[in-house]
Design a protein around this ligand. Structure first.
Ligand code: SPD
Length: 288
């Protein structure tokens, strides 16, 4: 374990395929959990930030560009939103967005690494906000892949997969068997949402997860936006449902309730974001 406080400004970079994605700031803490290396960095531009295994995960002043986009297309459109499952999401940002809805009764947040939760609560408290003390939030410090295997069918109205890149502990969150279990435990009329990497810097992984979801669910569509601290800045989230592409049709009453509390997401933003699919990616999906 290497705890250190550095008072001079330095650059911290994520390296990906010969490109560096960096922020200027101060290193606050660096330690290893059972699962991964965890870094907290205080950047000048985006405030305190969390890195896992040297990859940017979230930052106080940019988290909205990621969490609002992952959550609201699913929660605005699912038939019901009583029971939510979040896999990963140990910084609390996804839970905070879900808890903006009065209708939400219960959230199981299944995070494998308790250290991520502890350090996020301590150093990035604004990301989870009041979620940590909300009685609707139930923390489960468990492996999400095992969790979904043992849950009975039709248990959740919405499933959110908020993991890291598919290396290390998050690798299985992109697998066929895990996503099949998610489909089995999702209620009819429910929506699944997952972060689905960048069509530029993680092209193959992005294409693959959308294709796998289309094999398992009746409908799956990627939506594109920008998260400036992630490789390439261009990011995607993919939504899946049975019978209808539910996520394309947000319910008016929920949109009215939620949009005033959002900085990035709106119904209009969402419509554009589903349509900004790069042409070569669209051609890729058309191939059988
Ligand atoms: N390349 C980073 C991908 C990280 C996606 N998940 C971030 C977790 C934020 N709750």
């Amino acid at each position: 374990m290497n705890n250190q406080l550095n008072t001079t400004l330095e650059w911290l970079d994520e390296y990906h395929q010969g490109v560096r994605y960096g922020l200027l700031g101060k290193l606050i803490l660096e330690e290893s959990s059972t699962f991964q290396k965890i870094t907290i960095f205080e950047s000048k531009r985006y405030g305190k930030a969390l890195l896992l295994d040297d990859c940017w995960m979230t930052a106080e002043k940019s988290e909205k560009y990621y969490h609002e986009c992952l959550i609201h297309p699913a929660l605005c459109s699912s038939n019901q939103i009583d029971n939510i499952l979040i896999i990963g999401g140990g910084d609390g940002g996804s839970a905070k967005e879900c808890l903006k809805y009065k209708e939400v009764k219960s959230i199981d947040l299944v995070e494998i690494d308790i250290k991520v939760i502890e350090l996020s609560k301590k150093y990035l408290p604004t990301i989870g906000g009041n979620a940590w003390s909300d009685s609707r939030l139930h923390l489960q410090i468990k492996n999400g892949i095992d969790w979904v295997k043992h849950i009975k069918e039709n248990s959740y109205d919405v499933i959110i997969i908020d993991g890291a890149d598919p290396v290390g502990p998050a690798k299985g969150l992109f697998s066929n068997s895990f996503l099949k279990d998610c489909q089995r435990i999702l209620k009819p009329g429910g929506v699944l949402a997952t972060q689905s990497e960048s069509p530029e810097s993680f092209q193959e992984i992005h294409i693959n997860i959308v294709k796998v979801l289309r094999e398992i669910f009746d409908y799956a569509d990627p939506m594109y936006g920008s998260v400036s601290i992630y490789p390439s800045g261009l990011w995607s989230w993919t939504f899946a449902s049975m019978e209808k592409p539910k996520y394309m049709y947000p319910k008016k009453s929920r949109v009215e309730e939620i949009s005033k509390n959002c900085q990035i997401w709106s119904q209009r933003w969402q419509q554009g974001a589903f349509n900004t699919i790069p042409a070569f990616i669209e051609r890729e999906f058309a191939k059988t």
